[in-house]
Write a protein that binds this ligand. Structure first.
Ligand code: GRF
Length: 204
């Protein structure tokens, strides 16, 4: 299964995916292309250093969301992409894009959804005073951070945490969870039943 990874920032989750692929832990998933909407994103350099095609499509160069997404969809078609990972991609996708990859787009979010959707989730968690934070890998559907949950992991909030420190520890768990989810999706081992996502046992 050929994946595109969509990024906007530093790309530590992309790095985790690339490392998993390198060590054979991502198969049968393959990272075929990296798309960034953000010129100068560190993730693009990481992709190129790993020998992956990396393309920047600056959303500001388009008259609106639809033409921007059409440009992305054209690149995904050109690279014969089957599935998409949002790894720190900071644009909201329209139904048109989401419908092009039914049950084939996954996102990682730095909070235990449905708590703290949207931007600055670690800061929201600190502000609220929760004792457990974490990350969620989920299918992307219409609606921000609302899709069916594939996997979650907890991180304890420490008394001296600020949003940046907490986010770094959340990222460490994301780096393990996201490659696992990508592998399971590619292997056909994620079964959706309404909002619930099951992982049938591996056949021996
Ligand atoms: C991650 O915490 C992800 O959950 C959020 O944005 C962050 C991206 O970090 N959506 P990076 O660019 O992968 O380092």
């Amino acid at each position: 299964m050929r994946f595109a990874v969509l990024v906007s920032g530093r790309g530590s989750n992309l790095q985790a995916l690339l490392a998993a692929e390198q060590s054979g832990e991502l198969a049968p998933a393959e990272i075929a292309v990296v798309l960034s909407n953000q010129p100068g994103a560190g993730a693009v350099d990481l992709a190129r250093a790993a020998g992956k095609p990396a393309i920047t499509i600056d959303h500001r160069a388009f008259a609106g969301r639809e033409p921007f997404e059409e440009a992305m969809l054209a690149e995904l078609a050109r690279h014969r992409i089957d599935a998409v990972v949002l790894a720190g991609f900071m644009r909201i996708l329209t139904g048109r894009f989401i419908d092009a990859f039914p049950d084939r787009i996954i996102n990682t979010h730095p909070a235990l959804l449905p708590a703290f959707p949207g931007v600055d989730a670690p800061a929201q968690a600190i502000e609220h005073g929760v004792k457990l934070a974490g990350c969620t890998v989920h299918f992307v559907e219409r609606g921000v951070d609302t899709g069916p949950i594939i996997a979650q992991a907890c991180v304890e909030v420490r008394d001296d945490d600020d949003a940046a420190r907490l986010h770094e520890r959340i990222k460490a768990v994301e780096h393990a969870l996201l490659p696992q989810a990508v592998k399971l999706l590619a292997a056909g081992r994620l079964v959706r039943e309404g909002r619930r996502v099951r992982r049938p046992a591996e056949e021996t």
